[in-house]
Design a protein around this ligand. Structure first.
Ligand code: UDX
Ligand code: ADP
Length: 479
């Protein structure tokens, strides 16, 4: 079904009064909370098939299913005012003028495109539910990061099911538009309140205007970019690819720094002060994680290969290769510095989330690094201020490990955790790791004691005074 055919002008764009968001995750939850905050006259139902998650959204403010600074305060003011969380997909879809699809789109694990293409099962099931339960004209907004041309799939499903409704008498129509989310976890509320830009792609001007009018409640018109559907879908992939490429570039330079005696902090500053380059996203670290970067680049590579653009595909694949290598070399450095043997050695891991200020562990560099240290025989103690013990064990697949590899514990108290540790590895840039009492920690560690600072949050000079061996990523004056 073409988008132009879907153009039915029976909704006043200024009067979208009921929104449904399918998916109450890291994107759907915060996005709808901010939207509800700025649009008190719109009723918003956020629905999810995961009832445990919905219960948490309706539960205690300090136990929301996702941790995001500032989110609890917004939820407090809008929940049950005009923002509602439930598992009632049918009712919420039925009453909605506009439906956002914010479901998960992980990489396919089997079949054609396994390990590269996105698994669109959840998008497809959302589209089927919409087509079944929607009434009248409904604007469907792609919010999840999706491969280019996904809107075509959604349109096709919505079109095919048009007549299969239980209330066949009423004609239902749909407009599909794309409105990718650019929020970064940990700063989601800030990003949603003050976006660099809002991107809306679609052929149906009426639907585009309807969404634009909602954003105009708090975003200046000049920040709202409208494009065709495919440009919008592709722009999201490319924005993430550029960001990831920048991190791989600086991580590649961190290796050169270690070999040459340069310091990545100084190089980043010197390079980033060029206004054409800019100083953001130049922090080298253990490699990027999160739900988007790897998936989006894999998608981009997949698209390129499907158009036989193999050189372009190789170019973007390089970004992932450097990222994998950065994670690998961190663990190899640890093994090397600890005399090539981790048996009967205790290593304290500081940070399991893929970045600070989130409890998300998806693709966290900590997962691969920990798994490799476990394989080498290390006994691990893991600390993270926001990730739960359950989530850490789940991410490490601890229940499927061999008995001798299950030497992993979770500890909230860092000093307790450091007792008799041979090494401490900082993997997430949490604020609390920047000001630890290293004198106290050094005393209780087994000697020779090591600290591996992959986020460069420590002052290396102070630590060296304590005779602590320090390895700092990208620092050419390492021990
Ligand atoms: C990213 C994009 O930034 C966001 O626009 C998009 O909507 C979703 O994907 P997110 O993954 O939440 O957001 O976090 P981001 O801040 O981009 O960090 C991703 C990873 O890169 C983290 O592991 C982070 O530690 C790492 N990173 C980031 C660096 O290693 N160095 C940097 O300079 C910046
Ligand atoms: P993201 O980071 O993209 O928000 P999440 O995994 O945090 O991804 O959230 C996606 C949410 O979408 C999950 O809570 C999942 O249960 C929900 N979901 C997936 N498919 C459906 C569906 N068909 N109907 C309702 N909710 C769904």
């Amino acid at each position: 079904m073409s988008t132009s055919k879907l153009q039915i002008k029976n909704i006043d764009p200024l009067k979208i009064s009921n929104i449904c968001c399918i998916g109450a995750g890291y994107v759907g939850g915060p996005t709808m909370a901010v939207l509800a905050n700025y649009c008190p006259n719109i009723k918003i139902n956020v629905v999810d098939i995961n009832s445990e998650r919905i219960d948490k959204w309706n539960g205690e403010l300090n136990e929301l299913p996702i941790f995001e600074p500032g989110l609890d305060l917004i939820i407090k003011s809008v929940r049950k005012r005009n923002l509602f969380f439930s598992t009632d997909l049918r009712g919420s879809i039925k009453s909605a003028d506009m439906i956002f699809i914010s479901v998960n789109t992980p990489i396919k694990t089997k079949g054609i495109g396994a390990g590269q293409a996105s698994d669109l099962s959840w998008v497809e099931s959302s589209a089927r539910q919409i087509s079944k339960f929607a009434k009248g004209h409904t604007i469907v907004v792609e919010k999840s990061t999706l491969p280019v041309k996904t809107a075509e799939i959604i349109q096709s499903i919505l079109g095919s099911y048009e007549d299969l409704d239980d209330e066949k008498t009423e004609k239902k129509t749909f407009s599909v538009i794309s409105n990718p989310e650019f929020l970064a976890e940990g700063t989601a509320i800030e990003n949603l309140k003050f976006p660099d830009r809002v991107l809306i792609g679609g052929e149906d001007q009426f639907a585009v205007d309807a969404l634009k009018n909602i954003y105009l409640n708090w975003v200046k018109e000049e920040k709202i970019i409208t494009t065709n559907l495919w440009s919008s879908e592709l722009s999201k992939l490319i924005a993430n690819a550029f960001l990831a490429q920048r991190i791989s570039s600086i991580n590649a330079v961190s290796m050169i720094c270690e070999s040459t005696g340069a310091n990545i902090k100084e190089v980043s500053k010197a390079v980033g002060t060029d206004s054409r380059i800019g100083d953001k996203f130049l922090d080298s670290g253990p490699g990027f994680g999160g739900s988007c970067f790897k998936k989006d680049i894999l998608n981009l590579v997949y698209i390129c290969r499907s158009f036989s653009l193999n050189e372009v595909a190789d170019y973007w694949e390089g970004v992932l290769l450097i990222n994998d290598w950065q994670q690998e070399r961190v663990y190899k450095t640890i093994v090397k510095k600890l005399y090539g043997n981790l048996n009967e050695k205790k290593i304290l891991i500081l940070g399991f989330a893929f970045k600070a200020n989130t409890n998300d562990t998806r693709n966290s560099p900590s997962i691969d690094i920990c798994n490799n240290l476990i394989k080498e025989g290390a006994s691990l103690v893991i600390n993270d201020p926001k990730v739960s013990e359950k989530e850490v064990f789940h991410s490490l697949n601890i229940y499927n490990l061999k008995k001798e590899q299950k030497n992993i514990t979770f500890e909230k108290d860092i000093v307790q955790a450091a007792n008799k540790a041979d090494a401490i590895v900082i993997l997430t840039d949490w604020e609390q790791y920047k000001n630890l009492n290293w004198e106290q920690i050094y005393k209780i560690m087994r000697k020779p004691a090591w600290v591996f600072d992959t986020r460069r949050v420590l002052s290396i000079e102070t630590l060296k005074e304590l005779k602590l061996n320090v390895w700092q990523l990208g620092n050419g004056s390492n021990d």
